[in-house]
Design a protein around this ligand. Structure first.
Ligand code: HEC
Length: 156
């Protein structure tokens, strides 16, 4: 009984920490991603009135059905990187887009949101999603191991 108590006593802080940390970790930036998605699809209008990207571009993402006139942008974050994306979205200097956005530039907030959205699309495809649950599982496993060792020592 004492062993069990020690086990719970040792593990409670760790479990509490996990309970608090995991949702925060999982929810990191989801608001920004959501607004990036809304801007990309036109659910939310650009404040200067620029056309939504989805009217020309394809983008593989749940709930996004893009056009086929322009290149698929699913991997644009990987292609351009953080700074490259900022430059691209700041100027939108590609021949077809230039005319549309010349007098309707995106705001800095809209640019950050679109970048967060593009980054999320890249991360969804990479194999290291699900790090959170794995970390939780590992922590629980070691917690159990420690508890078991302590318990055995008590009765042994
Ligand atoms: C009117 C159609 C249209 C709209 C709207 C549009 N684009 Fe484009 N975009 C294009 C075309 C066409 C190209 C290919 C280069 C060219 O011909 O200008 C392109 C190229 C790009 C590229 C470079 C892709 C590459 O692989 O080189 C990026 C990044 C991009 N667009 C992002 C966006 C974003 C972000 C939006 C929304 C803010 C957007 N575009 C809205 C038509 C459009």
């Amino acid at each position: 009984m004492a062993g069990l108590f020690t086990f719970l006593f040792r593990c409670t802080p760790l479990l509490l920490l996990l309970l608090i940390a995991l949702p925060a970790w999982a929810g990191q930036g989801t608001e920004l991603i959501g607004s990036g998605k809304a801007l990309f699809t036109g659910a939310q209008k650009f404040s200067k009135g620029g056309a939504p990207c989805v009217s020309c571009h394809a983008f593989a993402y749940p709930g996004v059905h893009g056009g086929n006139l322009a290149p698929d942008l699913t991997r644009m974050y990987e292609g351009f990187g953080e700074q490259g994306m900022k430059d691209v979205l700041k100027s939108l200097e590609f021949p077809t887009m230039k005319r549309i956005y010349a007098d309707k530039p995106l705001t800095d907030e809209e640019i950050s949101a679109l970048i967060a959205f593009a980054r999320d699309a890249g991360e969804k495809k990479s194999p290291d999603t699900g790090k959170g649950p794995v970390a939780a599982g590992t922590a629980l496993f070691f917690c159990g191991l420690i508890g078991l060792t302590l318990y055995k020592r008590r009765i042994g």
